[in-house]
Design a protein around this ligand. Structure first.
Ligand code: PMH
Length: 385
């Protein structure tokens, strides 16, 4: 066994790749044969593990991968993934040569970009696949005017660039009010309709749109949060066409348990004071793992029962109040199922005043990831080695 396959701390993430496979193949069933799935694996696959999620997604029907940065793309190429991969972010033209050599697809988001990239690629005699990004209302990356879009089209030298796609991104596809999504679609459609020759990949739908709106999929969908089994927003959960299965669960084990007398103070700031004699358990997980200080008061699961976190959460540890003495080493679940009970990512997100995306992306590399397929452990990844 390689050292990186080992971990020596009692805190880990379990990634159920069967759940990823389920979420992707159910999406695939709802698409037409010609419609492709772009699996969004940026940010280490939303904290889940880029290469393992990429493999599971590709095996279950995804056709393409997407990352935010060149560094992320290089990370998966180094791990042997050679599937088509697009970089969504603004790649500096200075690095377009590296992207071409790695057989990556890049996003064209301005006339200036294509002029600079053309010069570099022509000099090096390289060719690269491109998707042009339209800013139809997100106000982030992309071309805003039809004029600039057509100027870019005219600058495409097919010896240097293969125009494979055109895309845009929605800002409100996860909200109940659909008005703005349809406004964005109209702007996008107008530009697509003005193209004399359409590229094979035309896409605008993130998970929320892909799951909700069948008629605006064009030729591909970009599947991120839904692939991980998480709802794009709590407000649209009951509009989803199939049950998403969460892939991630977060666990630790009791490292110490002690009985404290009434009035005892717990953790930094001595903010928690026991009301009576209490059993206090210490867990080896803290804010440096992404288990943030704001989670004081959040419940965790021990033997299927909910118990509260008490006192300030430390960098590497936190404390819970137990109803009675429980054996050292007992598994404690922070996110996911334990016995008949469950703590969802959304519950933790609500406590943190944020969204599920931020919770899973925030679980740090210090937490080892254990990957399961067909219920069995197939890989352990310790991000520190
Ligand atoms: N396409 C682009 C361009 C994106 O930025 C994202 C996610 C997706 C697709 C996938 O979206 P989904 O996870 O909702 O399916 N981007 C982000 C972001 O920048 N902040 O939160 C999600």
């Amino acid at each position: 066994m390689e050292l990186q396959d080992l971990y020596f701390r009692n805190t880990w993430l379990e990634i159920d790749l069967d759940a990823i496979a389920h979420n992707v193949s159910e999406m695939k069933k709802r698409l037409m044969n010609s419609e492709k799935i772009i699996a969004v694996i940026k940010a280490n696959a939303y904290g889940h593990g880029d290469v393992q999620v990429a493999k599971a997604a590709l095996e279950s029907g995804a056709d393409y991968l997407a990352v935010a940065f060149l560094d992320e793309a290089i990370s998966i190429r180094r791990k042997g993934i050679d599937a088509p991969t697009i970089i969504y972010g603004a790649l500096s033209p200075n690095y377009v040569e590296i992207a071409a050599e790695q057989n990556l697809t890049v996003t064209v988001y301005s006339k200036k970009w294509i002029l600079e990239a053309s010069r570099i690629l022509r000099e090096k005699n390289l060719r690269i696949k491109i998707h042009i990004k339209i800013d139809s209302g997100m106000g982030r990356l992309g071309v805003r005017s039809s004029e600039e879009f057509h100027e870019i089209l005219n600058l495409i030298d097919s010896e240097i660039f293969e125009l494979e796609g055109v895309y845009t991104h929605f800002s409100t596809a996860d909200e109940l009010d659909e008005t703005y999504v349809h406004e964005q679609v109209e702007i996008f459609k107008k530009i697509i309709d003005s193209m004399p020759c359409k590229p094979p990949m035309i896409h605008c739908s993130n998970s929320a749109a892909a799951l909700r709106f069948e008629n605006i999929r064009f030729t591909a969908v970009r599947f991120g949060i839904g692939m991980y089994g998480l709802t794009p927003a709590v407000g649209i959960k009951n509009l989803l066409p199939y049950e998403l299965k969460p892939a991630l669960s977060f666990h630790t084990r009791l490292s110490q348990i002690k009985k404290v007398t009434a009035g005892s103070r717990i953790s930094y700031g001595a903010r928690y004071q026991s009301k009576e004699d209490e059993w206090i358990g210490t867990l080896p997980v803290g804010y440096a793992d992404g288990w943030l200080r704001k989670l004081t008061g959040q419940e965790v699961l021990v033997n299927g029962k909910r118990v509260p976190i008490v006192g300030t959460i430390c960098m590497d540890q936190c404390m819970i109040r137990l109803p009675f003495e429980i054996e050292n080493g007992t598994q404690v679940t922070l996110i996911g199922k334990n016995g008949n009970n469950n703590i969802s990512v959304e519950e933790v997100a609500e406590r943190l005043d944020t969204i599920n995306y931020e919770v899973v992306c925030g679980i740090s590399v210090r937490v080892p990831r254990i990957f399961k397929r067909n219920g069995k452990i197939i890989e352990i990844k310790n991000g520190l080695f």
